[in-house]
Design a protein around this ligand. Structure first.
Ligand code: ATP
Length: 493
């Protein structure tokens, strides 16, 4: 990370705290590693990102519906899904610092270093060797690569490494009153399984016909061994997942379609396309026959925000096997090749899975700007969050110019008319310029000032966040002006 991007990232983190977006969890007890809380503005931004996703997936697709399944599920689900046996990361400990690392990430950092130092050949070779070792689950080879490439612990600086071992990422707890009798249950590491085990409930009760999708937003938990980069890698996080059930044989077409559709969702927010790229998985998960990540160019490099996975019929077949219940769907449509209905089959699944917290960070970083407003006469600057108006936590702030002469009452009257449709903020403290800056810092698209003229002709000044231009408008037109700018139609159409 160059100094300027490093600094930018640090500034975004402190801005997020200072303005009530993200706080370290349990801060008065010195925090809890890789767990964060969302503050008063953070929760609004997060909810708006969820709404954008939900509307784009559920409201805009007749054949996609949502559910909200429980976090606790029958423990056998995680046997069937492969998580009990296979959801692990290769870990290595440094004997001197006593710190634990993901072996693949130590190697990835080294690859990035080779790239940076102008040694792309070395980087490419190490990448290939690492991919092969991961694919073959060859833990010995992973360790050899760490030794061969002289990777040292960033803390102790030594190369005194243990063996590489697999470490399961699922949190577990006990369900039941008496510890001895209690069943081991897991905190779900993904929301997807809640969809799979409900697929027939939804299909039957909703009379869904293939292809159809089920969407869900919810918490997931992973005991990530190394937590870093703020809210990128959390132990408690939120996912927005959609499982799309398709006829076997058609999965490739649907996979390509969802890959494109999901990138469009990101780009509709106005982000420059060169901030995004696709990354194809070389090591496919046990359930997948194709997988692409959508990556974003964070200050610390390109990182996955969303995964599009072709999960085959793996999950449903496993649940059929482990539960003994039929997971088949009867497809009445006639196959033109045989002239007979397609009949019974276990559907194939395309999954789109995006991390809400990563999307949140991406949005903050993208929006954050330290703008120099200096003129020849004086130095000036502001920090502005150029959030898409649909995502902005506060849609408009209402200011009486001064705290007397009936201006606060008039401002409140305007606010009372608008508050049913928009999240607003009322502020009467400090000079107008200062109030503008505070709203810029949280990304409020409009500031509305009520002054003495308002009492005479019912006009107010409306000031736009991005251009800082002001205009005088009839207060009765505010609902339409704000409504037009923050309409979801702007994003969804
Ligand atoms: P990574 O390789 O970064 O660990 P993953 O491939 O394990 O991610 P998936 O299992 O595909 O991730 O999960 C889908 C999405 O959930 C990811 O694209 C990411 O946005 C989000 N996600 C996964 N793990 C975490 C985490 N620990 N903290 C925050 N978000 C996460």
């Amino acid at each position: 990370m160059s100094k300027s991007t490093d600094e930018l990232f640090k500034n975004v983190i402190s801005h997020a705290k200072e303005y009530g977006f993200v706080f370290p969890s349990s801060e008065i007890y010195d925090g809890l590693s890789a767990v964060y809380d969302y503050g008063q503005n953070g929760v609004e931004l997060k909810n708006n990102i969820k709404t954008y996703w939900w509307k784009a997936m559920v409201q805009m697709h007749e054949n996609i519906v949502g559910i909200d399944s429980a976090i606790f599920m029958h423990p056998t689900i995680w046997k069937a899904s492969g998580h009990v046996d296979g959801f692990s990361d290769p870990m290595i400990d440094n004997k001197d610092s006593q710190k634990r690392y993901r072996a693949d990430q130590l190697l990835e950092d080294k690859i990035a270093r080779y790239d940076k130092d102008g040694k792309p050949d070395k980087a490419g070779l190490l990448q290939t060797e690492m991919d092969t070792a991961l694919k073959n689950e060859d833990l010995l080879r992973l360790r050899e690569l760490i030794i061969e490439h002289e990777i040292a612990d960033p803390i102790s600086g030594t190369r005194n490494w243990t063996e590489v071992r697999q470490f399961n990422l699922m949190f577990s707890t006990q369900m039941g009153a008496i510890a001895d009798d209690a069943d081991l249950v897991y905190l779900r590491p993904e929301t997807a399984q809640g969809i799979f085990v409900n697929y027939l409930n939804v299909q039957k009760s909703g009379r869904m016909k293939i292809p159809f999708g089920i969407a869900q937003i919810g918490k997931a938990f992973r005991n990530e061994v190394i937590a870093r980069q703020f809210i990128i890698r959390l132990r408690e996080f939120e996912q927005m997942e959609m499982q799309y059930f398709v006829r076997p044989g058609t999965q490739k077409d649907w996979f390509d379609k969802w890959k494109k559709t999901r990138l469009q969702w990101h780009l509709a927010l106005g982000t420059s396309p060169d901030k995004y790229r696709y990354h194809e998985h070389t090591k496919l998960a046990h359930y997948a026959d194709a997988a692409f990540d959508i990556e974003f160019d964070f200050p610390f490099g390109f990182k996955e925000v969303e995964g599009i996975h072709s999960r085959t019929d793996f999950d449903l077949s496993q649940h059929q096997k482990f539960s003994g219940k039929k997971m088949q769907y009867f497809d009445p449509e006639v196959d033109p090749e045989t002239d007979k209905p397609y009949g019974n089959y276990i559907p194939y699944v395309i999954e789109t899975s995006i991390g809400l917290d990563r999307m949140f960070l991406l949005t903050m970083i993208n929006a954050y700007e330290e703008e120099d407003l200096s003129t020849e006469e004086k130095q000036d600057s502001r920090t502005v969050l150029r959030l898409h108006p649909c995502l902005a936590p506060v849609k408009a702030a209402i200011f009486p110019l001064i705290k007397k002469d009936g201006l606060p009452e008039k401002a409140r009257e305007i606010m009372d008319k608008l508050k049913f449709d928009f999240n607003l903020q009322y502020e009467e403290k400090d000079a107008i310029g200062k109030r503008y800056r505070r709203q810029d810092a949280i990304g409020t698209p409009f500031c509305i000032t009520v002054d003495h003229q308002t009492l005479e002709d019912n006009t107010v000044t409306i000031r736009h966040r991005d251009t800082m231009q002001q205009a005088r408008v009839d207060a009765d037109k505010l609902e339409k002006i704000i409504g037009d700018l923050v309409s979801w139609k702007n994003l969804l159409k």
